[in-house]
Ligand binder design. Structure first.
Ligand SMILES: [Mg+2]
Length: 245
């Protein structure tokens, strides 16, 4: 870590990339109430003011993140695992779905709603997520069997911490990270994430920046360091602010 802080303090350009749920915000029963840990918004704003590009990379839609992390100007957010890109200027770019993909997502929602309550089926702009936390393994297995038939036309059923998501296979957090790395060149950068879907982002930043697993319990990961939220997360952000001065 000391090498990273030294590099950060000497860098002309800096970029802090982070996942949202489970990383900057604790998991809560109602995902509409997943507000960030106290102190996160203020620190992200201070980090931005110290000439760091701050980017949120998430499976949620960009619009939802802007509600949880209101800043002025708004943050750059790559939503829907990289399928959406929202810029601080207010521009939103969204990857177009094919009509076959749109129909498959619609069908997947119908199938899932026969098995799960509505609050567990999350329709997003480019995917459908099935929240299975606390349910029996059988339900997940049954759902997977039913949905696997919809996995042609470029869609895939991908696991995340607490469920499954039917989404565009070519959209990954790694794609978002690679684009930012290409734009930032040799900037000092870090990526923070908690979930299985963050592993490809950790892999994309390997050798070019620091990757940090932010999680209460350790799990096997390719990330460089492990941060326990919220205390160690807030300390990390404070250290970033101090190193940027
Ligand atoms: Mg997460």
């Amino acid at each position: 870590m000391e090498d990273f802080w030294k590099k950060l303090s000497e860098a002309k350009r800096r970029a802090l990339l982070s996942d949202y749920d489970g990383t900057l915000a604790p998991f809560v029963e109602d995902r509409d109430e997943a507000f960030p840990y106290p102190g996160v918004i203020e620190r992200l704003s201070a980090i931005r003011q110290s000439d760091t590009r701050v980017v949120i990379v998430t499976g949620r839609s960009a619009r939802e993140i802007l509600r949880f992390l209101p800043t002025d100007p708004p943050l750059e957010v790559w939503g829907c695992h990289g399928g959406e890109r929202f810029l601080p200027s207010g521009e939103l770019h969204t990857l177009p779905l094919t009509s076959a993909q749109r129909a498959a997502l619609e069908r997947a929602s119908e199938i899932a709603l026969a098995l799960l309550p509505e609050r567990r089926v999350e329709k997003k702009p480019l995917s459908v997520a099935f929240h299975l936390r606390g349910l029996s393994y059988d339900i997940g297995y049954q759902l997977k069997e039913l949905l696997d038939t919809l996995c042609d036309c470029g869609l895939g059923l991908m696991p995340f911490d607490g469920g499954l998501e039917l989404r565009i296979l070519s959209c990954t957090k790694a794609m978002a990270i690679e684009t930012i790395i290409a734009e930032e060149g040799d900037a000092a950068m870090a990526y923070l994430g908690d979930d299985l879907t963050d592993e490809d982002a950790f892999s994309a930043i390997k050798g070019k920046g620091l990757s940090a697993l932010v999680r209460g319990e350790w799990r096997p990961t390719i990330a460089d360091v492990w941060i326990i939220p919220p205390e160690e997360l807030l300390s990390f952000l404070d250290r970033w602010i101090a190193a940027s001065r």
